[in-house]
Design a protein around this ligand. Structure first.
Ligand code: M6R
Length: 375
């Protein structure tokens, strides 16, 4: 007989009820200021342990499924931009085929999984272990399988997420990536003290910024869902770090509202997908005032010239962008590195209201489970 120790989770009953919201998804979207505060409260010792193990590896991989994969994609930009550490983002179900033979004792694999139970991820973790790689994890569930397999892990501390669509756990994963990247940057001497201090200050301000965005855009996004609910297909286009935002915005929309959508790194649209554009085709651009802005303006013009309906998320006061847009969603100014955390918020709300307007239950999309435990 196997005897196991009882593990007490700190999650309260209140956290697992709807608390006055009509759906868990909406409640969890609105919990983000708080879940981000929790995610900012990591124990620095463990952050440093993971940073050291990633830094020691010859090649590092970031592996996850669905939304967690999107956080890996953003994470890869974050590690490279802040710490000059190249990492390979990979979809868990592709990892062994794509990189299996390259994994060895000099590899570190950071698995990102909210539940810690996703079968595709666990299979890769076992595989990586069998090849003597260093297995690391970011997860939300203490005691989950990944916490038993990983050599070291970070708990994102988002509290229970009941809605099938990942919302608060995505933004918390991004906050964890940023802290890990800062620790890496420090170890590797890649940022000056004042740059580190700026990023730390920016991180601390994120919960407040998210609160502002939620309050400012709840009704805007409900209104837009009403306006666009009959559209048959959407494009989500972003560049750089916000390519991940485009992918994640699209996944949210299609999984809860069953609306077909295509997400692309905006530079790819001219290589084929632009053929779909005709008058009134809705294209959502994630276009902060950052290093990608001038190129994305070019992409907007390309789409506009073909009659697309242009919906943009951009910085408040960006009049050039506003004039090019049929619908402009203003966002507060922030450093580029934080934009994926804030810019996904209106897109989460949009997906939620699209589902509700179509008479669907966003908490229980058909054919989906919260945790996918089959291969
Ligand atoms: O628990 P995990 O983070 O490993 O789950 C990964 C995906 O199954 C999950 O993100 C899924 O894509 C969600 N339905 C997205 O909203």
């Amino acid at each position: 007989m196997v005897s196991r120790k009882t593990l007490h989770l700190t999650w309260s009953v209140e956290e697992a009820t709807k608390g006055g919201y009509s759906h868990f998804m909406l409640k969890e979207i609105f919990e983000q200021p708080q879940s981000l505060r929790y995610a900012l409260n990591l124990q620095q010792f463990y952050v440093n342990v993971l940073a050291e193990l990633l830094d020691r590896a010859r090649t590092s991989y970031l592996v996850g499924s669905g939304t967690s994969y999107h956080s890996c994609l953003a994470g890869s930009y974050i590690f490279s931009n802040l710490a000059a550490l190249p990492t390979v983002p990979c979809i868990a179900s592709e990892f062994i085929q794509q990189y299996g033979r390259s994994i060895n004792v000099d590899s570190a694999v950071l698995f990102v999984t909210q539940s810690g139970e996703t079968a595709d991820v666990l299979k890769c973790a076992e595989y990586a272990r069998s090849r003597a790689a260093t297995v690391l994890a970011i997860t939300n569930v203490l005691g989950s399988t990944i916490t038993r397999v990983a050599r070291a892990y970070l708990l994102q501390q988002s509290g229970p997420e009941i809605g099938v669509a990942a919302t608060k756990t995505y933004t918390a994963q991004l906050i964890v990536h940023l802290q890990l990247a800062l620790a890496l940057a420090k170890r590797r001497g890649k940022l000056s003290q004042s740059e580190m201090d700026n990023i730390k200050d920016g991180l601390k301000r994120m919960p407040e910024i998210i609160e502002y965005v939620l309050n400012k855009h709840k009704s805007t996004m409900e209104f837009l869902a009403e306006r666009y609910m009959d559209k048959k297909h959407f494009f989500f286009l972003g560049r750089g770090i916000n390519t991940a935002t485009a992918y994640e915005g699209r996944l949210k929309l299609l999984e809860v509202s069953y609306t077909p959508a295509t997400a692309l790194a905006a530079g790819e649209s001219k290589h084929g997908p632009i053929a779909l554009i005709e008058k009134g085709f809705p294209v959502i651009f994630i276009a902060p005032r950052d290093s990608t802005r001038s190129l994305i303006i070019g992409n907007i013009m390309e789409m506009k010239a073909r009659g697309a309906e242009i919906i943009t998320l951009g910085e408040e006061g960006d009049d050039e962008l506003r004039k090019l847009s049929d619908c402009f969603i203003p966002m507060p100014p922030m450093d580029e590195i934080f934009t994926p955390i804030a810019y996904i918020i209106p897109l989460q709300l949009f997906a939620y209201y699209m589902a509700v307007k179509k008479g669907l239950d966003p908490d229980k999309p058909r054919n989906l489970a919260k945790s996918v435990t089959v291969l």
